[in-house]
Design a protein around this ligand. Structure first.
Ligand code: G
Ligand code: G
Ligand code: MN
Ligand code: NA
Length: 256
């Protein structure tokens, strides 16, 4: 369609932007990392929501080119931010990676090239995958994940709880982080069933030795309950919206 033709052109011109949403320590609000989120077009009055153009890019295969651009640009931005703010414990970068990218044979090289050319330390890079990737593992994907882990990159399961992955996948897959989907966070603290589910996920993560990040925290009572049940990290409009890298740097200087 028309949108697809526009997207073809945007991919060839790299006409995208990135915003960075802080991940914070829920108790004190300190910024511990930034999740890169694609924007299109970079500027202008009529942005196409990523929930619309990312699936289109996945269908058309453009996600490989777009994803490689996101990796290069985000590693460069956050390496620079880390360098300029010089912290003992620098904020990490988290990048969303589509199922299709995980199947690309060139994906690993793209990650290595991004790290090597920007100097970003591998142990400050996190890659997000969805439960669908966990459920359709192949030898190639397993080998890629293991190679990334060996290099120090961490792996997060995004939108956790919305897919159909079983505990076996979590046990067998070398994951570091669970990101609890916003739909679970929306119902707390009012809905006892949602509270119980979130508490269960936090316990499960503890048992498996995983970190947990609650997504989509918008209200202070949600934050308080999450702190009470021992969920250490969070993301959401209560703390910060997706920011430009300059805004992210300013927040880091002010909050930490
Ligand atoms: O940015 P927003 O909060 O609207 O994101 C909507 C969806 O688009 C989320 O599911 C998010 O994971 C996805 N998304 C945003 N940026 C990227 C990206 O660079 N790559 C991939 N694969 N998905 C992204
Ligand atoms: O699927 P993924 O978790 O990568 O998607 C992140 C998306 O969630 C982005 O589109 C981001 O803008 C959005 N988001 C982040 N925090 C909040 C929040 O507190 N409320 C709402 N409504 N959306 C949020
Ligand atoms: Mn994400
Ligand atoms: Na998510």
């Amino acid at each position: 369609h028309e949108l697809q033709a526009r997207l073809d052109k945007a991919v060839s011109e790299e006409a995208f932007g990135l915003r960075y949403q802080p991940v914070v320590d829920i108790a004190g609000g300190e910024v511990v990392g930034f999740e890169a989120l694609a924007r299109w077009p970079e500027l202008g009055p009529d942005p196409v929501p990523p929930g619309q153009f990312i699936p289109l890019a996945e269908e058309t295969g453009h996600i490989s080119t777009l994803g490689a651009w996101v990796l290069r640009r985000a590693t460069a931005d956050i390496a620079r931010l880390q360098h300029r703010t010089r912290r003992l414990d620098p904020p990490y970068l988290s990048v969303n990676v589509s199922a299709r990218q995980w199947r690309d044979t060139g994906f690993l090289d793209e990650v290595y090239t991004a790290l090597d050319s920007t100097g970003l330390a591998a142990d400050t890079l996190q890659l997000e995958l969805t439960e669908s990737v966990l459920m359709r593992r192949t030898k190639q994907i397993d080998a890629q994940i293991q190679a990334l882990k060996d290099r120090g990159v961490s792996i997060a399961v995004d939108d956790f709880g919305t897919g159909f992955s079983s505990l076996r996948y979590l046990r067998d897959f070398p994951i570091d982080v669970l990101k609890i989907d916003k739909s679970f966070i929306d119902g707390i603290p009012e809905d006892p069933q949602q509270v119980a589910l979130v508490e269960g996920i936090v316990r499960l993560a503890d048992t498996l030795g995983l970190q947990v990040i609650a997504e989509g925290i918008e209200e202070q009572p949600q934050r308080e309950l999450l702190a009470d049940i021992g969920c250490r990290y969070g993301q959401g409009f209560l703390f910060a919206r997706p920011l430009t890298v300059e805004q992210g740097e300013a927040l880091l200087r002010q909050r930490n």
